[in-house]
Design a protein around this ligand. Structure first.
Ligand code: FAD
Length: 317
């Protein structure tokens, strides 16, 4: 079912999970082990992230270096198909602009359509590891809004290959990313929301947010979006903070703040178990407050801590 239909049919807050494909060489069993306990809570969706290829230099036998592309976490589409099969859950693949030509994107969308996938999250992606700024593929897209436009166009049966007449229409429900504390490149939140609004005007159906640890950022974002006439569902993205390294790593990578109370509690925790406990309690309090405010969805970045998410969900439902 499409995200939009699911939300229309549900009077209660629904649960959505996000996972990463395993690193190359690892079994899909690691994903099942991660998700099996969480399926008890009947998530409506499982998002599967996409990780672009990285360019690395490998030493050749003659001593020279050659530049090669490696993908550390392939398998997004395969995992989506496997999850739909195993758990009968809607899987949502993430699609990115970075590294893809429009034709490659079209071919990926055709695969997804053939697999019966109804939802996609359309993203720009970050700069490649060897680049300072995001550089689009020469035949690809610069912004997520361009990717949204391509998906909307395919939904109307118009293909990049213009010779195709009467092409089959896809029917993707399209999600996009939103940033309650603004995207790190945006000069200010209003400008960022202006660009978010473009993605919605072009045809995106809902927004999933970057993680936040202070719900006020989410409420303010929803309010500011409404002022910009962004009236689609906005799903809060939630992640447990579970170790002291994350106190500096998460703000640096995701441009989000760690509230002072959370910082202080985490700094007092002396063992991994105590850190997990701090993260569990903080996330639980966030979720309780969001539920009280009747958010449409709780979207969990499960990453390496499914046990914390499990404990939170067990206490909530
Ligand atoms: P855009 O919407 O294109 O925005 C990027 C920046 O450009 C913003 O600052 C925006 O304000 C600005 N902008 C947008 N349009 C215009 C315009 N027309 N003119 C000028 N400026 C403009 N990354 C991955 O690689 N794989 C994933 O699976 C993945 N999943 C994610 C899931 C979620 C829920 C979120 C929040 C992020 C995810 N990301 C993922 C990270 C994301 O790719 C990065 O944050 C990226 O830097 C921006 O992507 P975007 O889709 O928000 O880009």
């Amino acid at each position: 079912m499409k995200v939009t239909e699911q939300l229309k049919n549900s009077n209660e807050t629904i649960i959505s999970l996000e996972i990463l494909p395993p690193t190359k060489g690892k079994s899909i069993e690691s994903i099942y082990k991660h998700l099996d306990p969480l399926m008890e809570f009947k998530p409506s969706f499982v998002n599967v992230t996409y990780h672009r290829a990285e360019q690395v230099y490998k030493k050749r036998p003659d001593g020279n270096f050659e530049r090669v592309e490696i993908r550390k976490r392939p398998g997004t589409v395969g995992i989506c198909a496997a999850l739909m099969n195993k758990y009968n859950v809607e899987a949502i693949p993430h699609l990115i602009c970075g590294g893809f030509s429009k034709e490659e994107t079209e071919n990926a969308l055709i695969d997804l359509h053939f697999l019966g996938i109804k939802n996609v999250l359309a993203l720009r992606g970050d700069a490649a590891a060897n680049e300072k700024f995001f550089t689009p593929h020469p035949l690809g897209h610069r912004y997520a809004e361009d990717l949204v436009r391509q998906i909307v166009t395919l939904n109307k049966g118009h293909y990049v290959e213009e010779e195709i007449i009467d092409g089959v229409k896809t029917d993707f429900c399209i999600g996009v990313a939103g940033y309650p504390e603004k995207h790190f490149e945006a000069p200010n939140l209003d400008t960022d929301i202006h660009h978010l609004k473009n993605k919605i005007s072009i045809g995106a159906d809902y927004v999933t947010t970057q993680m936040f640890f202070n719900n006020e950022h989410y409420y303010n974002f929803v309010k500011r979006c409404a002022e910009h006439q962004v009236n689609v569902p906005i799903m809060p993205g939630l992640k447990p903070l579970t170790n002291q390294n994350q106190l500096t790593m998460i703000p640096r990578y995701f441009n989000v703040e760690v509230p002072v109370d959370l910082y202080n509690e985490m700094m007092k925790a002396k063992t991994p178990e105590a850190c997990d406990q701090v993260g569990t309690e903080w996330l639980l309090a966030q979720c309780r407050d969001l539920l009280k405010n009747k958010v449409p969805v709780l979207h969990f970045y499960t990453l390496s801590k499914p046990n914390v998410i499990y404990n939170v969900l067990k206490q909530l439902f």
